[in-house]
Ligand binder design. Sequence first.
Ligand code: MN3
Length: 198
Amino acid sequence: MSFTLPELPYSHDALAPYMSRETLEYHHDKHHLAYVNNGNNLLKGTEWEGQSLEEIVKGSFGKNAGLFNNAGQHYNHLHFWNWMKPNGGGAIPGELEKKIVADLGSVEKMKEDFIQAGVTQFGSGWNWLAVKDGKIVVMKTANGESPLVHGATPILGCDVWEHSYYIDYRNRRPDYLKAFVENLVNWDYVAELYSKAV
Ligand code: MN3
């Protein structure tokens, strides 16, 4: 397979004021496109040509840094656009909410820990909710890594590379993370990934 840039599932204006048109024009139209184009070039002639994206990400980790970085970021961003929606945040579907309470204490604690993971990710990376050994856990990873290459299945991730928030929030990463959790998360998509992960 080769990588292709998906359309955003909403207009570039749809997430304002929490994520602006300008941010999405740079982040989706330029940054994600670069991962797609570089990934396609670096995939050519490798042993992973013809495999699924998840297989490419897992297979190239630790073996082919250039391909991994771009394929990993393509995988992360494919989901990232769907992890957000206009008027997001709000109620978490019942079964997922129960599991969050059971594994992480409460919805409030989950949000706190998720935000804290993003705040404390040093440099570029992502913070996550993932399913590991049947439990929902909070994780953080550097650069293009994800829970996929650490034995877990991601169900929610927030991009804390500066290109994701610097136009709208400058250096205020905690404010960006809070807005992501309270106003942008598409919990229906998180629940869909959760149901496939267990
Ligand atoms: Mn990004």
